[in-house]
Design a protein around this ligand. Sequence first.
Ligand code: GLP
Length: 240
Amino acid sequence: MNIIVCKDYDDMSKKAADLVISNMVEKPQIKLGLATGSTPIGLYQNLIKASDEGEISFRYARSVNLDEYVGIDPTNDQSYQYFMNENLFNHVKFDEGATKLPHAPEADEKYCKEYDAYLDEFGQRDIQILGIGPNGHLAFNEPSDKLNRRTSIVKLSEETIEANSRFFESREDVPKYAISMGMADVFNAKTLILLASGKNKHEAVKRLIEEDTIYPGLPASFLTLHPNAYVFVDEDAYRG
Ligand code: GLP
């Protein structure tokens, strides 16, 4: 696992984007795994800039996303689909149908099977971008005594509801369930890029870097098994 300590959020976003950009230049038909949350926004802004300046093109790229809330319409401004549109898709030129997020109008396993089938057809990603929850979750794979290998409907932990409530009017408005890619698919990428910024991520980052064990209580710990994982952290997340 390569740990890259960056000066601040902007530096982290730029360094991580440079890695994505160099991969896109090398392989225009790149398969991307994308993430939501506030952390990757700066990275996406750098990709948009590179696309505007003609350094990269999304014309032949395809993408899949990690997760989505259950029961939220894609047009709802709290949905991850809306987030991706606002922060990336509306600003670069992906081909029609080249991007995909999981979608579950209700908590039914059939939507998980559908997404698994899509991921199987999509195949291994070149790059998977990841954030990390303050509790060490990846996508919506919450700390637990066991983790799902494939897509599942997840009951969000109280800690995640609390952390994500900042995007909603009240805590009660945060959906209780999400549909999330499972751990086997999260790691099915040639390169993993995890981003962590801010003091509230310090505890999770510290555990990820310092603990020499892997366990489902810290989903991010499985990153240490991947042969090509990069962890970009800013000073606040690294030192607390
Ligand atoms: C959500 C997402 C995760 C994301 C995490 C961190 O719960 N499901 O994929 O990594 O939040 O979000 P943020 O970057 O806003 O701290």
